[in-house]
Design a protein around this ligand. Structure first.
Ligand SMILES: *[C@@H]1O[C@H](CO)[C@@H](O)[C@H](O)[C@H]1NC(C)=O
Ligand SMILES: *[C@@H]1O[C@H](CO)[C@@H](O)[C@H](O)[C@H]1NC(C)=O
Ligand SMILES: *[C@@H]1O[C@H](CO)[C@@H](O)[C@H](O)[C@H]1NC(C)=O
Ligand SMILES: *[C@@H]1O[C@H](CO)[C@@H](O)[C@H](O)[C@H]1NC(C)=O
Ligand SMILES: *[C@@H]1O[C@H](CO)[C@@H](O)[C@H](O)[C@H]1NC(C)=O
Ligand SMILES: *[C@@H]1O[C@H](CO)[C@@H](O)[C@H](O)[C@H]1NC(C)=O
Ligand SMILES: *[C@@H]1O[C@H](CO)[C@@H](O)[C@H](O)[C@H]1NC(C)=O
Length: 424
């Protein structure tokens, strides 16, 4: 009996077992990618919306793209309109939270980070009466805490934050901060290749809200003005963006001022105290421009022919809404052409977009990405994980090499047996 034969057989068997284990276990261990969820309330001046986001759990810190699972617009107006009924603000959020709980698996709700960000409507209320703003926040917090989520607080964003987060959202979705290609692109994992697109690809963001409007872009030159500069370090690159928020220049505030000046209403003491009316009703700079717009000869009373024409386009909308949307579109033109100085040529670079890759464009996604640390300030690690196909190939090659080595050892043993130490 040759002692080398069973030994070699054992070794080959061990090699095969190890290879099989690698083949079976390794990809299986990589496969079940858990999904994480995040909730962000956009408490705007005209309404509140709740966004439910989802991302693969193993792709934290910017190694996976976030998708939007659900958006829900709360009934009623923005939380700032509940200044005299704070409990109503809390109650207004519940239907949307109920809806979100139906899409987030029960076992994951407790670990779902939840944020509420309020914008210009609450900024204005805080300026008017900070006690009232605090009461609204207390009620909103109470309402959200009734749900089994990881509530991380309600906050009033500054205008600059609102602008910067909107800019991050747009550029993140357009892949102009970091571009992923090759690899398993559907998962947007960084297992493939990624590049920093050139700075020229980065786009600016314009945002027209109800009470404020924001403009954010990468300027050609750097400015020292701290008030309008936001320094962002994303994926290992520093961006010094210009951002400016114009409070009171959101479309609702502009229309209110416009109507007030047209109707020459008797000034109401509350309105005078409003931060958007520093000079009472005398502020009519935008009025003259709206008058000249072809859409609305007199914003409060469009001509019958115009109403007829517009009602054909939007038969379900009422006249008040028509008048407002017409005046609003005139205002958008005025803001872009006269305010921000776009011209016939640069106009072509403006893209009016509500969504990119099925995700709503707004500040909420950028806000959540920042607060969950999902956009790393350093460049991500390359190729931490092999795709499944490469695992299989690598394992097969490894197994073949192992078998070859053992075959060689076995052959050597036999050769030694037959040449030197042959036993009889
Ligand atoms: C993400 O980054 C934070 C700190 O920036 C770190 O604590 C955390 O472990 C990172 N998560 C992953 C999955 O790398
Ligand atoms: C809004 O109100 C309508 C009618 O009352 C109701 O059918 C709908 O479910 C409500 N939606 C939300 C999000 O509360
Ligand atoms: C602010 O609101 C609180 C609570 O409603 C009220 O008591 C207070 O008088 C208000 N302050 C001002 C300056 O209007
Ligand atoms: C920055 O803002 C402060 C306070 O709002 C103001 O006093 C200051 O003049 C601003 N600086 C510049 C350079 O605009
Ligand atoms: C980016 O900014 C950080 C501070 O936020 C600074 O330490 C770093 O040197 C800057 N990097 C470059 C390339 O400018
Ligand atoms: C404001 O409107 C009045 C007429 O109502 C007009 O005489 C005045 O010039 C306007 N002011 C501005 C700054 O447009
Ligand atoms: C992002 O969040 C960090 C805190 O986690 C904060 O220091 C930073 O200023 C935020 N970024 C922006 C653009 O606000």
């Amino acid at each position: 009996m040759r002692p080398a034969a069973p030994l070699a057989a054992l070794l080959v068997l061990a090699a095969l077992t190890a290879a099989a284990l690698l083949l079976v276990l390794a990809p299986a261990r990589l496969l079940p990618v858990r999904t994480k969820y995040g909730l962000v309330f956009d408490a705007g001046s005209t309404h509140t919306a709740l966004y439910v986001y989802r991302w693969p759990a193993d792709k934290e810190n910017g190694t996976g793209i976030v998708s939007q699972v659900q958006s829900c617009t709360a009934n009623g107006s923005g939380i700032s309109s509940y200044a005299d009924d704070p409990a109503g603000a809390g109650a207004s959020l519940k239907p949307c939270l109920d809806k979100a709980m139906t899409v987030i698996p029960a076992e994951q709700q407790r670990e779902t980070p939840t944020y509420l960000g309020a914008t210009a409507g609450m900024r204005l209320l805080r300026e008017q009466n900070s006690t009232k703003a605090e009461q609204v926040f207390a009620e909103v917090t109470k309402a959200i805490r009734e749900y089994p989520v990881d509530f991380r607080g309600a906050q009033i964003l500054t205008g600059n934050e609102e602008g910067a987060f909107g800019w991050i959202t747009v550029n993140y979705l357009l892949e102009t901060l970091i571009k992923v290609w090759g690899g398993e692109r559907a998962e947007y994992s960084f297992s493939g290749k990624w590049t920093h697109p050139p700075m020229e690809d980065v786009v600016g963001a314009l945002d027209l809200g109800g009470a404020s409007t924001q403009i954010t872009f990468l300027p050609g030159t750097t400015s020292d003005d701290k008030n309008t500069t936001a320094l962002l370090r994303l994926y290992g690159t520093n961006y010094s963006v210009y951002t400016h928020s114009y409070l009171c220049y959101g479309q609702k505030q502009v229309l209110k001022r416009l109507l007030a000046s047209l109707h020459q209403d008797s000034p109401d003491p509350q309105q005078i105290a409003h931060p958007c009316y520093p000079k009472g009703y005398q502020e009519n700079v935008t009025t003259a421009e709206l008058y000249n717009s072809p859409c609305v000869p007199t914003p409060s009373t469009p001509s019958p022919a115009q109403v007829l024409m517009l009602q054909k386009d939007f038969p379900t909308r009422n006249k008040i809404h028509l008048r407002d949307s017409c005046a609003a579109s005139s205002y958008v033109l005025t803001l872009l052409l006269q305010g921000y100085k776009f011209d016939d040529k640069t106009w072509l670079n403006i893209h009016f977009q509500k969504q990119v890759s099925n995700v709503d464009v707004g500040w909420t996604l950028g806000y959540m990405l920042n607060l969950t640390n999902m956009i790393p300030s350093e460049t991500p690690q390359r190729a931490a994980v092999l795709p499944k196909s490469k695992w299989v190939a690598a394992t097969v090659i490894l197994a073949i090499i192992l078998i070859l080595i053992f075959c060689l050892i076995t052959a050597l043993c036999y050769w030694k047996d037959s040449s030197g130490y042959e036993m009889l």
